[in-house]
Design a protein around this ligand. Structure first.
Ligand code: NAD
Length: 250
């Protein structure tokens, strides 16, 4: 149902973004990848998905503009690139704060403002932002991330209202912990640091706040993003949809 549609997924060389890119490709979309990584690995993804790849750094306004010029007119925009830093607020490195706000929030403003004119003009568009459970609740030591994720939920609502009668929907998906290499790689260090077994780290640390005690899978996020692109989702806009095992229901 997405053949003939052009989709840009930011931060799609790994993790959730790659899961979303694969899901949109499977429905027939022409995908534009973005993100960093090993050149040979990226070349493999480009071949697998028949995609193009634009290596733009989205922490800068110039990088966002370079990406949007290279991607061309879009039907679907997925703002997914993001990063994390964990530190107490009075020790939080200012450069990290600036980079996280730039990538996790401001980049989505730039890509959205540049994608919207074409979407409005053609009377169809889908903008999907990867937010997080941290767009709804906070955790200590994640001030920049939580501020940026609350911000992107607000940006989503505002854009949805502005575009409500244009055929363009704007939503965010808010996962809890998603099983990505990033999460998996934290397990051995945490086992050592806390003297815990793998199961204890998973249940008592990573999934402490998630009643289902299950990770969300990147394929599940991809499937839901694809659903938001369907005609049946035409009246779903301004939403913040959790996939967090009940975390924010508590
Ligand atoms: P990841 O580290 O696996 O992927 C991040 C992607 O962003 C990579 O492709 C990376 O190359 C790209 N990227 C990093 N810096 C960039 C920059 N300056 N410019 C352009 N691209 C850049 O992370 P992930 O876990 O897949 O996270 C993706 C999104 O999902 C993020 O916004 C994250 O906050 C959000 N999220 C993740 C989880 C989780 O548990 N993994 C949970 C909730 C929300």
């Amino acid at each position: 149902f997405l053949s003939g549609k052009r989709a840009l997924v930011t931060g799609s060389t790994s993790g959730i973004g790659l899961g979303v890119a694969r899901a949109l490709h499977a429905e027939g979309a022409q995908v534009v990848l973005n993100g960093f990584g090993d050149e040979a690995e990226i070349a493999k993804l480009v071949e697998e998905l028949g995609a193009s790849h634009i290596n733009a750094d989205l922490t800068t306004e110039e990088g966002c503009e370079e990406l949007m010029t290279g991607a061309g007119p879009l039907d679907i925009l997925v703002n997914n690139a993001g990063m994390q830093h964990v530190a107490p607020i009075d020790e939080f490195p200012v450069a990290k704060w600036n980079a996280i706000i730039a990538l996790n929030l401001t980049a989505a403003f730039h890509t959205t403002r540049l994608a919207v004119p074409h979407m409005k003009q053609q009377g169809w568009g889908r903008i999907i932002n990867t937010a997080s459970a941290h767009s709804l609740v906070a955790s200590p030591f994640k001030s920049a991330y939580v501020a940026a994720k609350h911000g992107i939920a607000g940006l989503t609502k505002t854009a949805a209202l502005e575009l409500a009668q244009t055929g363009v929907t704007v939503n965010c998906i808010s996962p809890g912990y998603v099983w990505t290499p990033l999460v998996e790689n934290q397990i051995p260090d945490t086992m050592k640091a806390r003297g815990m077994t793998r199961e204890q780290v998973i249940n008592d640390v990573l999934l402490a706040g998630e009643p289902t005690k299950k990770f969300t899978q990147v394929e599940e996020v991809g499937a839901f993003a694809a659903f938001l692109c369907r005609e049946e989702a035409a009246n779903m806009t301004g939403g913040n949809y959790t996939m967090d095992g009940g975390w924010t229901a508590q």
